[in-house]
Design a protein around this ligand. Structure first.
Ligand code: IPM
Ligand code: MN
Length: 358
């Protein structure tokens, strides 16, 4: 049976987004040849420049176009001339919501040769995954002002949680923990049940109920503040974490630094339902000051491409990229920081391609 080509849309975006996207595509081209699968890429010029030129963030028909693809690759968004929030809300959050990408998947793995700020810790200590709910909570945009701009101003920003929203995320996290099948095989719910006694009570009850379907998975619970402490003190205790959108946003930045920072951290916005379209991105921003200098680290983007392949029916290709990346970080790179890698952006891409055939 010959599968139809994997259809990918790329939004290279702003700043250094295009540079790291180019390296991810370079690795895709090489791995497709080695593993023998076909793909197509449709580059989209969405982002800050287009917005400044046309006033449009997602052009008419854009969502339909993405829905016709198998996956989306996003380089970076964020433009110095566009006020903060415009592109984040208008592009990233809009796509998460409209494509119902209800899982934000963030693997946190310290690769060989990569420095962590945690003293005395190595790759064996930092290897867990955060599953963040990606469509609800404080991100839903429900709220408003009363008496705006007056001394009596009131601002309301509502966190919204639904049974459907938390259950599908929690269930996916249990399935993922089972599939990952690490020796710990533990799913930890991270929330704040002692204070958020409505919304996180719903999460807690749903977690307990869904857990009954997964007797082989050990369950645990941490309040989010304690989780931040444990993540630094005892990161090897974690296997898979499932958490709410806002807390997930915060703890995945902490986790990202433990794994070596924005140069390596990648994430996926998944719609795992049949026909769902998922989007993969390096976690770093558009880093305008490094634009066009061939100094930005493309490893996160290459990791994001591996995640895309893993979630798109090419797990072997993904694993092969993972091994190549680990070989490059472990033996070829001086640092993961922009400008201090010992190589340029495009040379790192070349090194990963070469390592695919090691
Ligand atoms: C992330 C980012 C986004 C978020 C921003 C850019 C809206 O920080 O993907 O974690 O808060 O989710
Ligand atoms: Mn974030």
């Amino acid at each position: 049976m010959s599968a139809s080509p994997l259809a990918i849309a790329t939004i290279a975006g702003d700043g250094t987004g295009p540079e790291v996207t180019a390296e991810a595509l370079k690795v895709l081209e090489a791995i497709a040849q080695l593993e023998g699968f076909d793909y197509s890429v449709e580059p989209l010029d969405w982002g800050g420049d287009r917005y400044l030129r046309t006033g449009e963030i997602i052009p008419a028909g854009g969502l339909e176009l993405l829905r016709s693809k198998d996956a989306v690759f996003l380089g970076a968004i964020g433009h110095p001339d566009v006020p903060p929030g415009v592109l984040e809300k208008g592009l990233l959050l809009e796509l998460r919501f409209k494509l119902d990408q209800y899982i934000n998947l963030r693997p946190v793995k310290l690769l060989p040769g990569v420095e962590t700020p945690l003293a005395g810790r190595g790759p064996d200590d930092i290897d867990f995954v955060v599953v963040r709910e990606n469509t609800e909570d404080l991100y839903c945009g429900v709220g408003g002002f009363l008496k705006k701009g007056t001394p009596d101003e009131v601002a309301v920003q509502q966190a919204v949680y639904t049974r459907k929203g938390c259950e599908r995320c929690i269930r996916w996290a249990f399935e993922y923990t089972r599939r990952r099948n690490s020796p710990k095989k533990t799913l930890t719910l991270v929330a704040k049940t002692n204070v958020l006694t409505f919304g996180h009570d719903l999460w807690w009850r749903t977690f307990q109920e869904v857990a009954r379907d997964y007797p082989d998975v050990t369950t645990d619970y941490n309040h989010v503040d304690a989780c931040c402490m444990w993540m630094v003190k005892d990161p090897q205790a974690y296997d898979v974490i499932v958490t709410t959108n806002m807390f997930g946003d915060i703890i995945t930045d902490l986790a990202g630094i433990l794994q070596g920072g924005m140069g390596v951290a990648a994430g996926g916005n998944l719609n795992p339902d049949p026909g769902g379209v998922s989007m993969f991105e390096p976690m770093g921003g558009s880093a305008p000051k490094y634009t066009g200098k061939n100094v930005i680290n493309p490893i996160a983007a290459i990791n994001a491409m591996a995640m895309l392949l893993e979630q798109s029916g090419q797990p072997q290709a993904a694993a092969r990229i993972d091994r190549a990346v680990a070989s490059v970080t472990g033996t070829k790179m001086k640092s993961q920081a922009a400008g201090r890698m010992g190589h340029g952006t495009s040379e790192i891409g070349d090194l990963v391609v070469a390592a695919l055939s090691e």
